[in-house]
Design a protein around this ligand. Structure first.
Ligand code: NAP
Length: 243
């Protein structure tokens, strides 16, 4: 029987590539988006040309009610959810002393609350089926911390803690929980950096290049096939940080 996957933040960047890759592996994908409706439609149309059908679903994953509707859609249409990719995220570049409560709420809600609430909503289905694979998209900064990205680092460190703790709690239900912690990946999230800045970053990376969303999607492909990995934070960063 085919697998069913929900990918949050699948309209652009890493989430889009993950959704595309899963769909090409005959997995039924529900690609979530919030603001980028045009891009989400383009993804659906692009795959349709290859005779691959996906669902796209608008939901702001900082809002419990919208998350419930997304999960309800998946359950009503497919009866089960095998894979959850908590990918939606935002970043911000700011001095810690300038951060406001609004910044805290926006970043923590988008990057961390979303994974908490999405996971809670899919769990009854996964526990009932005694089967599930949850992959949280974390970040190198959740492991080593980033200057000028303290709130972002907090949110991703939270994701890492959640991944490890939940893996222990859900192991007996045959639900695996892992995180992928990318280094720097070529997406809109890094459009703030100039070419010079990108070149300086490349010099710090042993593999001397910026990652591509496909580097993350390949790891997702492996994690969903694997059956004995749980509670791990997998660093994909060209060797930028080796801990
Ligand atoms: P991106 O290109 O900016 O895409 C972000 C995605 O998140 C978009 O599809 C966006 O959807 C979605 N999103 C944001 N807020 C949302 C919300 N409230 N509800 C639903 N969707 C929402 O970023 P990316 O680089 O692909 O990042 C994806 C993930 O990888 C993030 O968790 C990020 O922290 C992590 N990451 C990225 C890098 C990197 O270098 N790029 C490195 C480490 C970790 P809409 O546009 O439709 O709203």
């Amino acid at each position: 029987m085919e697998k069913i996957a929900i990918v949050t933040g699948a309209s652009r960047g890493i989430g889009r590539e993950i959704a595309k890759n899963l769909a090409k592996k005959q997995i039924k994908v529900i690609a979530n988006y919030n603001n980028s409706e045009k891009e989400a439609n383009e993804l659906k149309e692009e795959l349709k040309k290859e005779n691959i059908e996906i669902d796209i679903f608008k939901a702001d994953v900082t809002k419990r009610e919208e998350i419930k509707k997304l999960v309800q859609f998946a359950e009503e249409k497919y009866k089960k959810i095998d894979i959850l990719i908590n990918n939606a995220g935002i970043s911000e570049y700011k001095m810690f002393s300038d951060e406001t409560d609004e910044d805290w709420n926006r970043i923590i809600n988008t990057n961390l609350y979303s994974a908490f609430a999405m996971t809670q909503e899919v769990l009854p289905n996964m526990i009932h089926n005694k089967n599930g694979c949850i992959i949280n998209i974390s970040s190198i900064w959740g492991i080593v911390g980033a200057s000028l990205e303290v709130l972002y680092s907090i949110s991703k460190a939270g994701i890492n803690g959640m991944t490890k703790a939940l893996a222990k709690e859900l192991g007996p239900s045959n639900i695996r929980v892992n995180a992928i912690a990318p280094g720097i990946i070529k997406t809109q999230m890094n459009s703030k950096f100039s070419i010079d800045e990108i070149n300086k970053i490349k010099e710090e990376i042993p593999l001397e290049k910026i990652g591509d969303p496909s580097d993350i999607a390949k790891c997702v492909n492996w994690l969903i096939e694997d059956e004995y990995t749980t509670g791990q934070i997998i660093s994909i960063n060209g060797g930028w940080s080796i801990t």
